[in-house]
Design a protein around this ligand. Sequence first.
Ligand SMILES: [Zn+2]
Length: 401
Amino acid sequence: MRSYKKFRLYPSKVVETELNIQLELCQWTYNKLLEELNKAKDEGKKLKRYDTQKLLVKLKEDKPELKNVYSKTLQMVNQQLWNNIHTLAGRKRKGYKIGKLRFKSYDHFKSIFYNQSGFIIGNKKIILSKVGKVEAEFHREIKGNVKGIIISKRAGKWYACIQVENPHQEKNQIKVKPNTSEKAVGIDVGVTHFLADSNYRFVENPRFLQKTADKIALIQRQLARKKKGSNRRNKIKLRLNKAYEHLQNQRKDFAHKLSTEYVKNYGFIAVENLNIQGMARNHHLSKSIYDAAWSLFISYLSYKAESAGRILVKVNPKDTTQTCSVCEEKNIEHLDLSVKIFKCPYCKIEIDRDINAARNIIIKALFGREPASMLVENRPLLHKLKQVSSLKREAPCVSLE
Ligand SMILES: [Zn+2]
């Protein structure tokens, strides 16, 4: 999605003189290109956009002052000319009576285009190539990627129209499901499953990831047997790179789908503040492929939640596995990874280990360490959630340590 934001400029006398010279040179170029176009037409030749663009080189030789204009700005003059030609042709097609494209007088030429490059936006100023520093009044924050700037003069005042593109908004704007803003979920990313959530849902480790990982291991073994520098080895190396790329794409795809789903369905999402790097070093957990998929999942979740106005809370994972999510007592016994069921020695509940962790994560995020019964009874949860929501709306991503 592209948007335009207009800001007032306050050029110094010197810079203003320079801007006026630039406008004049752009106007001259516009008229000159149009003249050449008309001349060619009279001679029975048809010039295209590319031909007039090439003409710019010749014009610079004939008129060395043109070198004082940023080269892409001159290319944009050519672009302007062709846009006008197409607009005119469009009107003709619609049946309007149209004349020839007119030459532009200085009064009618008001804009200097900077597209993609040739400018830097700084604090209270814009630096323009071949012009210099111009003071600017940014009354609004500029978010996203700046694609271009149009400098224009209106009634003796100067303005910068800044064109901004927001790629996330364009591609990944998520339509949240209605009546889900008060729904909360805790997510535990794990080893046995890809994740488990506090609503008793398991998402298994995707088998296609394992399949690609197995393939990579196989290619690696083949590679080890080949002589260094041999043709065969190079071919296998290429295959290996392709397999890695495939794995990366699969991971991204999977993480995108899953994170979108959670943002669509829940207004409040809690995850562990995981040190994935630390986990990868842990021998038991050295499933690096899943580690990478988790970090992708969490990072997608963060930016999607923010852009959809959802709340994402990252909690300290300390004791989330050891604590009973029903009676809140901490189990001092060390839970080995092979233990799949959490058995509470106090309240005697038996619950899946990862679901228990996910429940503790949402309890931590919502209530600190208030009694878990709050979570079972619906109304206080919603009430609390409302409070949390209104508190956190300003900062959608907060860390509760
Ligand atoms: Zn218990």
